[in-house]
Design a protein around this ligand. Structure first.
Ligand SMILES: Cc1ncc(C[n+]2csc(CCOP(=O)(O)OP(=O)(O)O)c2C)c(N)n1
Ligand SMILES: [Mg+2]
Length: 622
């Protein structure tokens, strides 16, 4: 049944002759109408996509994460050849959700967007959940989706028709800040700059441009006077002076002011101002940890005593709170759900948030409405310097001495709390599977003297209060939209951002989340993202196990079946093998805690040589 080589070559030669014939036909025919003349033009010196790359390059993107797709092949080719595959450099991904989540993680370290290229329709559909996460998490991501607007020039029998769409952005418009589908190159350049500006203005968020295929692939029109507008970043709004003075007056005169922060520190400056404000007032800070808002070991950090400090509060200052209501109320998830206020009657609430300047209706990520006494629609980080100045100006000697007494009590409470958590962490130290406290402590012991950065949420109580977070890049908060599949790709994007700063990137990943996008590990290996992934492998969608347990108990039906649909067992997943297959140094699965420290050491050595590594640790559920 084998193919005869000579016959095969004859057919191939016939094909080549046919091709040569078509090259001849490339000469434009005088008499042919203009459209038919153009149909056989084969080369172009500069296409629209070259200019698109020129426009994008003005914005200094470092990376573009993508999976190739013919709807943006022009842009892809211009980027790697005309643009030299630098600024931005192409990052090869294995799923559009991964590409978008990588950009999400990157922006939280670097403070600016990564580009993401998406194939028309299907690529954007894949990316949608990750875009939602970035939107909820107030993170700038710059997305470009290919599209083929002109039906006359779509290829039959290919993806051109099934992937073409009238309004690509419609799919994600509810959770992007801006979108456009420009039909001229000049308009494309203007939309690129506008989109960047909008993405970066607090509250930050994802933006999407559609790049029309014809616009990418046609030559730049003769004599086109194209201009890329310059970017003037929008200065975030500061609270008006009268309101800031009023807020300072309330805080200085309060007996027990409390500061609660969610997205307050956007940059290193924000963290510095938070410390200055808290120290000026000697007020407790509850860090809701969407960003590193406050040093974890600062004596005024009372995040682990949130309910206690709220109970004493007479003034609460909420900074960039997405869920202010959730911070001042306790909620019980019972058959009939109930809540109670954590604060006493008469407690005054002040809110400073850019969230008051931007809201969309469909998705309900804005949380329950919280009534407040003073609402300042402004960026908290930009407002803090004037608030600090006012607080200092209004503080007389009498208040200062009261503040010192308050601070001393808070410092003692902080110390007691941390000691209690440390004692709790010792329970089950030698258990197998490994206790999550032991995992956290072993990792901390090996990184604490380095310039480290945790590229996963500080979720566990064994991490947030036990590690010494005092730099804004030491964790990247949460996913925002709680859409699983975010963890590992966000880690990779953030690790790429950390790489040039020489920071040691580590992350604690959960198994259910990793299984949604393990391909991100290959991207880490391929692009030499030096990062340590530590698997907190509890072999379950454990949070969901807890939900089923709750409902089963409510129904009085016992707990035996609660693993059905929630356990990731039989077969157990071997993450070390997955990682090895994707090109990473890997260790594990580790079930005996005494094997953990040496495995972490070997993996960290690899990371410090510039390669990613994964340690698979089988753990207790929580
Ligand atoms: C896309 C998506 N699907 C389903 C869920 C519901 N969900 C929330 S937590 C969770 C389990 C997560 O498992 P894992 O990442 O292993 O963490 P664990 O709860 O075991 O600590 C699931 C399925 C979700 N948040 N996102
Ligand atoms: Mg799990």
């Amino acid at each position: 049944m084998s193919v005869d080589r000579r016959d095969f070559l004859k057919v191939a030669a016939g094909g080549a002759a046919a091709l040569a014939g078509s090259a001849k036909a490339a000469e434009p025919q005088e008499s042919a109408p203009p459209a038919a003349q153009n149909a056989d033009v084969l080369t172009v010196d500069r296409s629209g996509s070259d200019f698109m790359v020129d426009a994008l390059k003005t914005l200094d993107f470092e990376y573009a994460a993508a999976i190739p797709g013919s709807s943006f092949r022009g842009l892809h080719e211009s980027l790697i050849n005309y643009g030299g595959n630098a600024k931005p450099e192409w990052i090869t991904c294995c799923h559009e959700e991964i590409a978008s989540a990588m950009a999400h993680g990157y922006a939280k370290i670097e403070g600016k967007p990564m580009l993401v290229f998406l194939h028309s329709t299907v690529g954007l559909q894949h990316a949608a959940m990750a875009i939602y996460n970035a939107y909820c998490d107030r993170t700038p991501v710059f997305l470009i989706v290919g599209n083929h607007l002109d039906g006359e020039t779509r290829r039959p029998g290919t993806g051109d028709w099934v992937h073409a769409v009238q309004d690509p952005a419609g799919l994600v418009r509810d959770f992007t800040k801006f979108d456009d589908q420009p039909v001229s190159l000049q308009s494309f350049a203007e939309s690129v700059v506008r989109a960047y500006k909008i993405a970066m203005t607090p509250p930050q968020g994802p933006v999407l441009l559609a790049a029309d295929l014809t616009l990418q692939e046609r030559p730049i029109p003769d004599g086109a006077k194209l201009h890329v507008p310059k970017l003037a970043a929008t200065k975030p709004p500061q609270g008006d002076s009268g309101s800031v003075r009023e807020a300072a007056r309330l805080l200085v005169n309060a007996q027990n002011p409390v500061i609660v922060a969610d997205y307050a520190a956007r940059t290193a400056d924000g963290l510095k101002y938070m410390v200055e404000l808290a120290e000026a007032l000697q007020a407790p800070v509850i860090d809701r940890a969407s960003r590193v808002n406050f040093p974890s070991r600062h004596p005024l950090n009372q995040s682990e005593r949130a309910a206690e400090v709220m109970a004493d509060a007479d003034v609460v200052l909420g900074l960039e709170m997405v869920d202010f209501w959730g911070a001042v109320n306790a909620f019980r998830d019972q058959l009939y759900r109930s809540s109670r206020s954590l604060t006493k009657p008469g407690t005054r609430l002040i809110s400073i948030t850019s969230g008051d300047l931007f809201i969309k209706s469909n998705y309900q990520n804005f949380s329950r409405y919280q009534e407040v006494d003073l609402a300042i629609a402004a960026d908290a980080e930009a407002t803090l310097p004037s608030l600090i100045e006012e607080v200092k100006r209004l503080t007389d000697a009498g208040r200062r001495s009261a503040f010192q007494d308050r601070g001393a009590k808070l410092a003692a409470a902080h110390k007691d709390t941390i000691e209690r958590i440390r004692a709790d962490a010792a329970y089950g130290w030698d258990l197998s599977p490994v206790s999550t406290a032991r995992l956290s402590a072993e990792l901390w012991a090996q990184i604490k003297d380095k310039d480290w950065s945790l590229l996963s949420p500080p979720t566990s109580r064994w991490v947030a209060p036990m590690w010494n977070f005092d730099k804004y890049y030491q964790h990247i908060g949460f996913s925002g939209g709680e859409g699983l599949g975010y963890g590992a790709p966000a880690t990779v994007g953030a690790a790429l951002a950390n790489k040039k700063h020489g920071r040691l990137s580590v992350a604690i990943e959960s198994d259910g989340d990793l299984m949604m996008g393990p391909g991100s590990l290959w991207t880490a290996a391929h692009h030499r993202a030096p990062v340590l992934f530590v698997m907190r492998n509890n072999r379950a969608y454990h949070m969901e196990t807890q939900h089923i347990l709750r409902v089963a108990l409510r129904h009085g039906r016992g707990v035996e079946n609660s693993k059905i649909g929630t356990a990731l067992e039989d077969p157990n997943i071997n993450y070390a093998k997955i990682a090895e297959g994707l090109g990473l140094h890997s260790e594990g699965p580790i079930t005996d805690p005494k094997d953990l420290a040496p495995a972490l050491k070997r993996a960290l050595d690899t990371v410090q040589r510039g390669e990613p590594a994964l340690v698979d640790v089988v753990t207790q559920p929580r």
